[in-house]
Design a protein around this ligand. Structure first.
Ligand SMILES: Nc1ncnc2c1ncn2[C@@H]1O[C@H](COP(=O)(O)OP(=O)(O)OP(=O)(O)O)[C@@H](O)[C@H]1O
Ligand SMILES: [Mg+2]
Length: 146
């Protein structure tokens, strides 16, 4: 099989592990002259304002979410040396696993690069739940960065 990646999606959630995964994705993209898509998905918060509290307005929520995504994407774009690489940042809202798979499909990606863990407090687990679900359900090859 003469396989090499033409479009690579890197899942970034602001964690160091995901930054390292994105660095690996960039190295692979540079080597193969592939397109790199840096993608972040924000979960729609449900009831995080607590019992009895007034829910934030949809506008406030949407803008808080957009801010968070911009911060995550700005940070990774600043951190990586993207000179000469065809790249794109993508933000989405919803379930990270579902949306990342959708992003891979929509963009006809041939490789998904993620970290073993992410921004969650998951010291106890070896593989984060998003990484775990992606490994089970991804229609394209997944590279998991430790
Ligand atoms: N919201 C997201 N947007 C984009 N990529 C993500 C997102 N969440 C996770 N990822 C990718 O998946 C990798 C593993 O993260 P995961 O969420 O599985 O671990 P965790 O946060 O430590 O655990 P959990 O979320 O189960 O508490 C991350 O390094 C990142 O590459
Ligand atoms: Mg997580």
């Amino acid at each position: 099989m003469d396989w090499h990646p033409k479009t690579i999606v890197a899942g970034v959630d602001g964690s160091d592990t995901s930054h390292q995964a994105a660095e690996r994705a960039l190295a692979i993209a540079r080597h193969w002259n592939a397109k790199l898509i840096l993608a972040t998905v924000v979960r729609q918060p449900e009831g995080w304002w607590g019992i009895g509290g007034a829910p934030p307005s949809p506008e406030a929520m949407a803008s808080a979410i957009a801010d968070g995504q911009r911060t995550i994407l700005n940070e990774i774009v600043q951190r990586l040396d993207l000179d000469g690489v065809d790249y794109e940042t993508l933000e989405d809202l919803g379930d990270p696993t579902t949306q990342l798979i959708k992003i891979c499909e929509t963009n006809d990606a041939d490789l998904l690069v993620i970290g073993r863990r992410g921004a969650g407090i998951a010291e106890r687990v070896i593989l984060g739940s998003v990484a775990d679900r992606l490994c089970h359900h991804s229609p394209i090859p997944v590279l998991v960065s430790p």
